[in-house]
Every structure is written in C-alpha cells, then in structure tokens.
Ligand binder design. Structure first.
Ligand code: ZN
Length: 131
C-alpha cells in the first residue's frame, strides 16, 4: 500500500473514468487507482475483471505487487453509496475509493475512505506532457 496520503486526482484521469463508466453502462466498470506524489494519475483495469449489470467483480488475486491508492467503480443508478460488497472490497484495496453514479458527470461521483465514509478528493489539473 502507498504510504503517501492521497490529496487529489488528475482532471484527465477523472475524465477518463467518467467516459469509461458511461461507455460501459448499464454494466459496471471497475478498476484500481494508482497515485504519484499523492495524486491519482492512473487507472488499472485488471485482466479477468468481469462486468455485469449486477456487479463488477475484480479478481484481486491477480493483483500485481504494486502500490494501490484505492479503487474505482461505477453504479448504473444515481446511487453512488457503497454497498456491503463494496465495503468488503474497500478494505483490501487502499484508502481512496471512487464510485461513479449515473449519469457519469463531474457531479455524480463520490470518494470514500476505507470505512465507507465520504472523503474529500481534489481534482487537479496536471499537464501530463511535462511529466
Ligand atoms: Zn458498488
């Protein structure tokens, strides 16, 4: 697990998440978040991730040995609250968990900590070409 506290997500990464969530709907999209210097810049979609209208199941045993900041997944409804299943997954995948609800806009996502409590996540504009 990454030791650096997460302070934000790159705007481009958030846009990517919203676009993938929209194009995957009504199925759920799920992935893991990676951060650099405390900012989420990467979404990792694990091989073997299955998606259905019921739930997106991540095969965590396929998790490579890398540091994971958290998780992201979409809900096909405007309800962006974590389910019991989500909370069980949060415990295993870091301390920053994004849930995107329908209609997958910049207003329809929430971030939660490992316990399923709402947490702040700033959206940060980064020029990736400078990195
Ligand atoms: Zn969920």
């Amino acid at each position: 697990m990454s030791a650096k506290p997460i302070k934000g997500i790159a705007h481009d990464t958030l846009t990517f998440i919203l676009e993938v969530s929209k194009s995957t709907a009504p199925n759920e999209f799920a992935g893991l978040l990676r951060a650099e210097n405390g900012i989420i810049t990467e979404v990792l979609v694990l091989p073997g991730t299955t998606s259905s209208e019921v739930s997106a199941v991540m095969r965590l045993f396929m998790l490579p040995m890398i540091s994971i900041a958290g998780s992201v997944h979409s809900h096909p409804t405007p309800n962006a609250r974590p389910s019991m299943h989500d909370l069980a997954m949060f415990v295993r995948t870091g301390n920053c968990h994004i849930i995107v609800g329908f209609p997958y806009t910049e207003d329809s996502w929430r971030c939660y900590d490992v316990n399923g409590e709402r947490r702040e996540l700033s959206v940060i504009d980064i020029d990736f070409e400078q990195v």
